[in-house]
Write a protein that binds this ligand. Structure first.
Ligand SMILES: C[S@@+](CC[C@H](N)C(=O)[O-])C[C@H]1O[C@@H](n2cnc3c(N)ncnc32)[C@H](O)[C@@H]1O
Length: 242
């Protein structure tokens, strides 16, 4: 796709920061532009994250990313150990970095992916947290051929707040189709801002096996904010029982 996908807020509202911050856990300002995030103490060693919206909407922390990271740290920590993991639309890297800090990583690194302009911010955040070489940043444009070095059919695919721009829906579906193999699980969290966002799930449900996450104690509170958390798998997948 040419150029940038606009920001979620810009695509449905005149307020560029039109997201509820009520779900955002402890996030102490450290120095200009950096936040410290412990996910309600789920990380002993907080993440330091630079936020910078100059290169695109991925430069701030979005509510679905906070929800997904918290769920993974609380409920999936042991299942994520030593798996191949790739994050789509990672922005500054919030979710993947939380997993890298809180889970056992290896032998392959966690791949943080996004469009090219987000690469420097991902790199900065990896450095800020001393998470290289556990985490590798990479350009992955939805709908385009996967980069050679991305593992085919990774065990875990993460995507937070990637549903907000309708023209990008088929591109994201194409990338998910390429990545999700019979053993893959995609943890997919999004905030519904517009009616059109539901069209993504409608489309996805025709192709994948999709179930809403049932074991998140926070679900009731984030559902009130129109945030939804799903597992997406290939139809008849071997990961069906997980
Ligand atoms: C709302 S931000 C979410 C960032 C992060 N996942 C979070 O939850 O904080 C959406 C991200 O999707 C990325 N994105 C949008 N369109 C994309 C495309 N066609 N290919 C790859 N990434 C894309 C944006 O660059 C942005 O970083």
């Amino acid at each position: 796709m040419e150029g940038h996908t606009p920001s979620p807020a810009a695509s449905d509202s005149t307020d560029p920061f039109d997201v509820s911050e009520s779900l955002v856990p402890i996030r102490k300002p450290q120095e200009a532009g950096n936040s410290s995030v412990s996910f309600d103490g789920l990380l002993n060693d907080s993440l330091l994250l630079k936020e910078d919206l100059s290169e695109g909407c991925g430069g701030k922390l979005w509510p679905a990313g906070m929800v997904l990271a918290k769920y993974l740290l609380r409920q999936q920590r042991s299942d994520l150990a030593n798996r191949t993991i790739i994050e789509l639309g990672a922005g500054g890297g919030l979710v993947g970095l939380a997993v890298a800090r809180g889970c056992v990583v290896g032998p392959s690194p966690i791949y943080l992916t996004d469009q090219e302009p987000m690469l420097p911010l991902m790199e900065t955040n990896i450095k800020l947290n001393n998470l290289s070489p556990l985490v590798t940043p990479m350009v992955l444009n939805w709908g385009e051929p996967l980069p050679d070095n991305v593992p085919s059919h990774p065990a875990v695919i993460l995507a937070a707040d990637c549903v907000y721009f309708e023209p990008a829906f088929p591109l994201l579906i194409t990338t998910l189709q390429e990545l999700i193999g019979p053993d893959s699980i995609c943890y997919f969290c999004f905030k519904r801002r517009r009616r059109a966002d539901l069209r993504f799930m409608k489309l996805a449900k025709k192709i994948f096996d999709i179930s809403e996450i049932q074991d998140d104690p926070d679900a009731e509170s984030y559902k009130r904010e129109n945030i939804f958390l799903y597992k997406i798998r290939a139809r008849n997948s071997e990961a069906g029982g997980r």
